[in-house]
Design a protein around this ligand. Structure first.
Ligand code: HMG
Ligand code: MG
Length: 285
Protein backbone atom coordinates (compact mmCIF):
# COMPACT_ATOMS: atom_id res chain seq x y z
CA UNK A 1 0.00 0.00 0.00
CA UNK A 2 1.32 3.45 -0.89
CA UNK A 3 1.17 5.91 2.04
CA UNK A 4 2.81 9.20 1.07
CA UNK A 5 4.62 11.08 3.84
CA UNK A 6 3.02 14.34 2.75
CA UNK A 7 -0.19 15.25 0.97
CA UNK A 8 -1.12 18.75 -0.19
CA UNK A 9 -4.72 19.68 0.49
CA UNK A 10 -6.04 22.63 -1.49
CA UNK A 11 -9.09 24.06 0.26
CA UNK A 12 -11.77 24.97 -2.31
CA UNK A 13 -14.57 25.81 0.14
CA UNK A 14 -14.79 29.56 -0.47
CA UNK A 15 -15.24 28.89 -4.22
CA UNK A 16 -16.68 25.42 -4.96
CA UNK A 17 -18.20 25.22 -1.47
CA UNK A 18 -20.21 28.40 -1.80
CA UNK A 19 -20.78 28.92 -5.54
CA UNK A 20 -23.96 26.84 -5.67
CA UNK A 21 -25.62 28.36 -2.60
CA UNK A 22 -29.00 29.72 -3.71
CA UNK A 23 -29.09 32.61 -1.24
CA UNK A 24 -26.48 35.39 -1.46
CA UNK A 25 -23.89 35.00 1.30
CA UNK A 26 -22.64 38.39 2.54
CA UNK A 27 -19.10 39.13 1.36
CA UNK A 28 -18.09 39.80 4.98
CA UNK A 29 -19.03 36.22 5.92
CA UNK A 30 -16.99 34.87 3.02
CA UNK A 31 -14.04 36.94 4.21
CA UNK A 32 -14.45 35.53 7.70
CA UNK A 33 -14.40 32.00 6.30
CA UNK A 34 -11.24 32.76 4.30
CA UNK A 35 -9.49 34.24 7.36
CA UNK A 36 -10.42 31.26 9.54
CA UNK A 37 -9.20 28.82 6.88
CA UNK A 38 -6.01 30.80 6.28
CA UNK A 39 -5.14 30.50 9.98
CA UNK A 40 -5.21 26.70 9.67
CA UNK A 41 -2.22 26.74 7.37
CA UNK A 42 -3.39 25.67 3.90
CA UNK A 43 -0.61 26.36 1.43
CA UNK A 44 -3.22 27.31 -1.20
CA UNK A 45 -6.94 27.99 -1.35
CA UNK A 46 -9.43 28.48 -4.14
CA UNK A 47 -11.34 31.56 -3.08
CA UNK A 48 -13.37 32.97 -5.96
CA UNK A 49 -14.29 32.88 -9.65
CA UNK A 50 -14.27 35.55 -12.36
CA UNK A 51 -17.37 34.16 -13.98
CA UNK A 52 -20.43 36.00 -15.27
CA UNK A 53 -22.60 37.15 -12.34
CA UNK A 54 -25.72 36.09 -14.23
CA UNK A 55 -24.38 32.56 -14.59
CA UNK A 56 -23.13 32.22 -11.00
CA UNK A 57 -24.49 35.10 -8.88
CA UNK A 58 -22.78 33.86 -5.70
CA UNK A 59 -19.35 34.72 -7.19
CA UNK A 60 -20.28 38.29 -8.16
CA UNK A 61 -18.02 39.74 -5.42
CA UNK A 62 -14.86 38.23 -6.95
CA UNK A 63 -13.02 41.57 -7.29
CA UNK A 64 -13.50 42.37 -3.63
CA UNK A 65 -12.58 38.85 -2.50
CA UNK A 66 -9.41 38.95 -4.60
CA UNK A 67 -8.47 42.33 -3.14
CA UNK A 68 -9.01 40.95 0.35
CA UNK A 69 -6.89 37.83 -0.34
CA UNK A 70 -4.11 40.07 -1.65
CA UNK A 71 -4.22 42.11 1.57
CA UNK A 72 -3.91 38.89 3.57
CA UNK A 73 -0.96 37.83 1.41
CA UNK A 74 -2.57 34.50 0.50
CA UNK A 75 -1.59 32.19 -2.32
CA UNK A 76 -5.04 31.75 -3.77
CA UNK A 77 -6.61 30.46 -6.95
CA UNK A 78 -9.45 32.11 -8.88
CA UNK A 79 -11.44 30.52 -11.68
CA UNK A 80 -11.04 32.07 -15.14
CA UNK A 81 -13.15 30.33 -17.80
CA UNK A 82 -12.37 32.73 -20.67
CA UNK A 83 -10.18 35.64 -21.79
CA UNK A 84 -12.47 38.22 -20.26
CA UNK A 85 -12.12 36.40 -16.93
CA UNK A 86 -8.34 36.34 -17.27
CA UNK A 87 -8.27 40.10 -17.92
CA UNK A 88 -10.30 40.62 -14.74
CA UNK A 89 -7.95 38.32 -12.81
CA UNK A 90 -4.85 40.14 -14.06
CA UNK A 91 -6.40 43.48 -13.08
CA UNK A 92 -7.11 42.02 -9.62
CA UNK A 93 -3.51 40.70 -9.31
CA UNK A 94 -4.53 37.08 -8.80
CA UNK A 95 -1.47 34.81 -8.25
CA UNK A 96 -2.97 31.55 -9.57
CA UNK A 97 -5.79 30.93 -12.02
CA UNK A 98 -7.88 27.87 -12.79
CA UNK A 99 -9.13 27.13 -16.27
CA UNK A 100 -11.87 24.48 -16.45
CA UNK A 101 -12.94 22.49 -19.47
CA UNK A 102 -15.27 19.49 -19.56
CA UNK A 103 -14.06 16.22 -21.04
CA UNK A 104 -17.73 15.90 -21.92
CA UNK A 105 -18.64 18.51 -24.50
CA UNK A 106 -22.33 18.39 -23.53
CA UNK A 107 -21.40 19.51 -20.01
CA UNK A 108 -18.95 22.12 -21.24
CA UNK A 109 -21.65 23.71 -23.37
CA UNK A 110 -23.99 23.94 -20.37
CA UNK A 111 -21.27 25.22 -18.05
CA UNK A 112 -19.38 27.74 -20.17
CA UNK A 113 -21.45 27.96 -23.33
CA UNK A 114 -18.84 26.44 -25.63
CA UNK A 115 -18.08 22.98 -26.95
CA UNK A 116 -14.95 21.33 -25.59
CA UNK A 117 -13.15 21.96 -28.89
CA UNK A 118 -14.12 25.65 -28.87
CA UNK A 119 -12.90 26.02 -25.27
CA UNK A 120 -9.63 24.25 -26.06
CA UNK A 121 -9.07 26.65 -28.95
CA UNK A 122 -9.81 29.70 -26.81
CA UNK A 123 -7.56 28.56 -24.01
CA UNK A 124 -4.46 28.72 -26.22
CA UNK A 125 -4.55 32.52 -26.10
CA UNK A 126 -5.51 32.45 -22.44
CA UNK A 127 -2.54 30.27 -21.48
CA UNK A 128 -0.14 32.43 -23.49
CA UNK A 129 -1.37 35.61 -21.83
CA UNK A 130 -1.29 34.11 -18.32
CA UNK A 131 2.24 32.82 -18.91
CA UNK A 132 3.38 36.27 -20.07
CA UNK A 133 2.06 37.60 -16.76
CA UNK A 134 3.83 34.87 -14.76
CA UNK A 135 0.58 33.48 -13.37
CA UNK A 136 0.44 29.85 -12.17
CA UNK A 137 -2.09 27.86 -14.23
CA UNK A 138 -4.23 25.13 -12.74
CA UNK A 139 -6.18 23.36 -15.49
CA UNK A 140 -9.27 21.38 -14.57
CA UNK A 141 -10.68 18.55 -16.61
CA UNK A 142 -14.27 18.38 -15.43
CA UNK A 143 -16.60 15.38 -15.84
CA UNK A 144 -13.53 13.20 -16.24
CA UNK A 145 -15.42 9.96 -15.44
CA UNK A 146 -19.16 10.24 -16.03
CA UNK A 147 -21.45 13.04 -17.17
CA UNK A 148 -25.12 13.65 -16.34
CA UNK A 149 -25.81 14.81 -19.93
CA UNK A 150 -23.70 12.38 -21.94
CA UNK A 151 -23.29 9.32 -19.65
CA UNK A 152 -19.94 7.51 -19.91
CA UNK A 153 -16.91 9.68 -20.54
CA UNK A 154 -14.09 7.86 -22.30
CA UNK A 155 -10.43 7.98 -21.37
CA UNK A 156 -9.77 9.31 -24.89
CA UNK A 157 -11.96 12.33 -24.16
CA UNK A 158 -9.95 13.02 -21.01
CA UNK A 159 -6.71 12.53 -22.91
CA UNK A 160 -7.72 15.02 -25.63
CA UNK A 161 -8.07 17.75 -23.01
CA UNK A 162 -5.00 16.79 -20.99
CA UNK A 163 -2.81 16.59 -24.13
CA UNK A 164 -3.72 20.16 -25.01
CA UNK A 165 -3.36 21.48 -21.45
CA UNK A 166 0.05 19.89 -21.08
CA UNK A 167 1.25 21.11 -24.48
CA UNK A 168 0.19 24.64 -23.53
CA UNK A 169 2.17 24.42 -20.28
CA UNK A 170 -0.37 23.95 -17.47
CA UNK A 171 1.36 23.97 -14.08
CA UNK A 172 -0.99 21.31 -12.74
CA UNK A 173 -3.88 19.25 -14.08
CA UNK A 174 -6.88 18.80 -11.82
CA UNK A 175 -9.07 15.80 -12.58
CA UNK A 176 -12.68 16.46 -11.58
CA UNK A 177 -15.35 13.94 -10.70
CA UNK A 178 -17.75 16.85 -11.00
CA UNK A 179 -20.96 14.93 -10.37
CA UNK A 180 -19.51 12.39 -7.94
CA UNK A 181 -20.23 9.25 -9.94
CA UNK A 182 -16.74 7.76 -10.06
CA UNK A 183 -15.68 4.64 -8.17
CA UNK A 184 -12.25 3.54 -6.89
CA UNK A 185 -11.60 1.18 -9.83
CA UNK A 186 -12.04 3.76 -12.58
CA UNK A 187 -10.23 6.37 -10.48
CA UNK A 188 -7.22 4.11 -9.98
CA UNK A 189 -7.15 3.11 -13.66
CA UNK A 190 -7.50 6.65 -15.02
CA UNK A 191 -4.92 8.23 -12.74
CA UNK A 192 -2.48 5.36 -13.39
CA UNK A 193 -2.83 5.77 -17.15
CA UNK A 194 -2.44 9.53 -16.92
CA UNK A 195 0.69 9.19 -14.80
CA UNK A 196 2.16 6.67 -17.23
CA UNK A 197 1.45 8.96 -20.16
CA UNK A 198 2.67 12.16 -18.48
CA UNK A 199 5.23 11.23 -15.81
CA UNK A 200 6.39 14.85 -15.37
CA UNK A 201 2.93 16.34 -14.87
CA UNK A 202 1.54 17.27 -11.48
CA UNK A 203 -2.02 15.91 -11.08
CA UNK A 204 -4.65 16.80 -8.50
CA UNK A 205 -7.76 14.82 -7.49
CA UNK A 206 -11.07 16.70 -7.14
CA UNK A 207 -13.88 14.46 -5.93
CA UNK A 208 -17.49 15.30 -5.29
CA UNK A 209 -19.24 13.12 -2.75
CA UNK A 210 -22.64 12.42 -4.33
CA UNK A 211 -22.40 8.65 -3.80
CA UNK A 212 -20.34 8.93 -0.62
CA UNK A 213 -17.30 7.63 -2.46
CA UNK A 214 -15.15 10.76 -2.47
CA UNK A 215 -12.93 9.52 0.37
CA UNK A 216 -12.41 6.08 -1.07
CA UNK A 217 -11.84 7.63 -4.50
CA UNK A 218 -9.16 9.86 -2.96
CA UNK A 219 -7.57 6.75 -1.48
CA UNK A 220 -7.64 5.01 -4.88
CA UNK A 221 -5.97 8.05 -6.46
CA UNK A 222 -3.26 7.93 -3.76
CA UNK A 223 -2.61 4.31 -4.72
CA UNK A 224 -2.04 5.57 -8.29
CA UNK A 225 0.56 8.00 -6.92
CA UNK A 226 -1.47 11.21 -6.50
CA UNK A 227 -0.44 13.43 -3.58
CA UNK A 228 -2.53 16.60 -4.16
CA UNK A 229 -6.25 16.84 -3.44
CA UNK A 230 -8.95 19.48 -3.40
CA UNK A 231 -11.48 19.40 -0.60
CA UNK A 232 -14.10 21.67 0.85
CA UNK A 233 -14.61 22.45 4.51
CA UNK A 234 -17.88 20.98 5.74
CA UNK A 235 -18.22 19.03 2.48
CA UNK A 236 -20.01 22.01 0.90
CA UNK A 237 -20.17 22.55 -2.80
CA UNK A 238 -21.39 21.59 -6.21
CA UNK A 239 -21.47 23.01 -9.67
CA UNK A 240 -24.71 24.76 -10.71
CA UNK A 241 -24.48 23.04 -14.12
CA UNK A 242 -23.90 19.53 -12.72
CA UNK A 243 -27.43 18.45 -11.75
CA UNK A 244 -27.76 16.13 -8.76
CA UNK A 245 -24.17 16.54 -7.62
CA UNK A 246 -23.44 17.23 -3.98
CA UNK A 247 -20.42 18.82 -2.32
CA UNK A 248 -16.73 18.05 -2.44
CA UNK A 249 -15.02 15.60 -0.15
CA UNK A 250 -15.09 17.26 3.28
CA UNK A 251 -11.70 18.65 4.28
CA UNK A 252 -12.09 17.44 7.86
CA UNK A 253 -12.82 13.87 6.72
CA UNK A 254 -9.88 13.84 4.34
CA UNK A 255 -7.55 15.26 7.02
CA UNK A 256 -8.80 12.70 9.53
CA UNK A 257 -8.30 9.74 7.20
CA UNK A 258 -4.85 10.88 6.08
CA UNK A 259 -3.56 11.65 9.56
CA UNK A 260 -4.74 8.25 10.83
CA UNK A 261 -2.79 6.64 7.97
CA UNK A 262 0.33 8.65 8.84
CA UNK A 263 0.28 11.14 5.95
CA UNK A 264 1.12 14.70 6.95
CA UNK A 265 -1.22 17.45 5.67
CA UNK A 266 -0.18 20.29 7.97
CA UNK A 267 -3.83 20.70 9.04
CA UNK A 268 -5.18 19.73 12.46
CA UNK A 269 -8.49 17.86 12.58
CA UNK A 270 -9.83 19.59 15.73
CA UNK A 271 -9.24 23.03 14.21
CA UNK A 272 -10.75 22.31 10.82
CA UNK A 273 -13.73 20.76 12.58
CA UNK A 274 -14.51 24.12 14.24
CA UNK A 275 -14.28 25.98 10.93
CA UNK A 276 -16.47 23.31 9.37
CA UNK A 277 -19.28 24.22 11.77
CA UNK A 278 -18.98 27.86 10.76
CA UNK A 279 -18.91 26.97 7.03
CA UNK A 280 -22.04 24.84 7.37
CA UNK A 281 -23.81 27.70 9.11
CA UNK A 282 -23.38 29.74 5.90
CA UNK A 283 -25.11 27.11 3.83
CA UNK A 284 -28.87 27.06 3.43
CA UNK A 285 -28.89 23.33 2.58
P1 HMG B 1 -21.28 33.80 -22.33
O1 HMG B 1 -22.65 34.34 -22.10
O2 HMG B 1 -21.14 32.72 -23.37
O3 HMG B 1 -20.26 34.98 -22.68
O4 HMG B 1 -20.72 33.31 -20.94
P2 HMG B 1 -20.02 35.76 -24.03
O5 HMG B 1 -18.58 35.63 -24.37
O6 HMG B 1 -21.05 35.39 -25.06
O7 HMG B 1 -20.29 37.29 -23.60
C1 HMG B 1 -21.60 37.72 -23.20
C2 HMG B 1 -21.45 38.87 -22.22
O8 HMG B 1 -20.84 38.39 -21.02
C3 HMG B 1 -20.57 40.01 -22.73
O9 HMG B 1 -21.06 41.21 -22.17
C4 HMG B 1 -19.23 39.71 -22.09
O10 HMG B 1 -18.42 40.85 -21.89
C5 HMG B 1 -19.67 39.16 -20.74
P3 HMG B 1 -21.95 42.23 -23.04
O11 HMG B 1 -21.04 42.60 -24.18
O12 HMG B 1 -23.14 41.46 -23.48
O13 HMG B 1 -22.25 43.31 -22.06
N1 HMG B 1 -18.68 38.24 -20.17
C6 HMG B 1 -18.24 38.29 -18.90
N2 HMG B 1 -18.56 39.08 -17.86
C7 HMG B 1 -17.92 38.84 -16.69
N3 HMG B 1 -17.00 37.87 -16.53
C8 HMG B 1 -16.67 37.05 -17.54
C9 HMG B 1 -17.30 37.25 -18.78
N4 HMG B 1 -17.21 36.62 -19.98
C10 HMG B 1 -18.03 37.23 -20.81
N5 HMG B 1 -15.75 36.09 -17.36
C11 HMG B 1 -19.06 32.50 -19.41
C12 HMG B 1 -19.47 32.63 -20.87
C13 HMG B 1 -17.85 31.57 -19.37
C14 HMG B 1 -18.69 33.86 -18.86
C15 HMG B 1 -20.26 31.91 -18.60
O14 HMG B 1 -20.66 30.72 -19.22
C16 HMG B 1 -19.92 31.62 -17.17
O15 HMG B 1 -19.70 32.54 -16.38
N6 HMG B 1 -19.86 30.32 -16.78
C17 HMG B 1 -19.42 29.99 -15.44
C18 HMG B 1 -19.86 28.62 -15.07
C19 HMG B 1 -19.32 28.29 -13.70
O16 HMG B 1 -18.78 29.11 -12.98
N7 HMG B 1 -19.52 27.04 -13.28
C20 HMG B 1 -19.06 26.59 -11.99
C21 HMG B 1 -17.59 26.47 -11.91
S1 HMG B 1 -16.96 25.01 -12.72
C22 HMG B 1 -17.05 23.79 -11.50
O17 HMG B 1 -17.64 24.00 -10.48
C23 HMG B 1 -16.30 22.53 -11.72
C24 HMG B 1 -15.01 22.46 -10.89
O18 HMG B 1 -15.29 22.55 -9.52
C25 HMG B 1 -14.26 21.16 -11.16
C26 HMG B 1 -15.09 19.91 -11.02
O19 HMG B 1 -15.88 19.76 -10.06
O20 HMG B 1 -14.90 19.05 -11.91
C27 HMG B 1 -14.06 23.61 -11.26
MG1 MG C 1 -16.04 20.96 -8.27
Amino acid sequence: MFIPKKIEIIEVGPRDGLQNEPVAIPTEKKKELIVRLAKLGFSRMETTAFVHPKWVPQMSDSDEIARFCNELGLTYIALTPNLKALERAIEAKVPQIAVFIGASSAFNKKNINKTTVESLDECEQLFNKAKEEGIFIRAYISMAFFCPYQGEVTFEEVKTVSDRFIRLGADEIDIGDTNGQANPKIVYERFSRLRDLYPDTSFVGHFHDTRKMALVNSFAAIQAGITKFDSSVGGLGGCPYSPGATGNVATEELVDMLSRMGSETGIKYEEIEKVSRFAKSLSSK
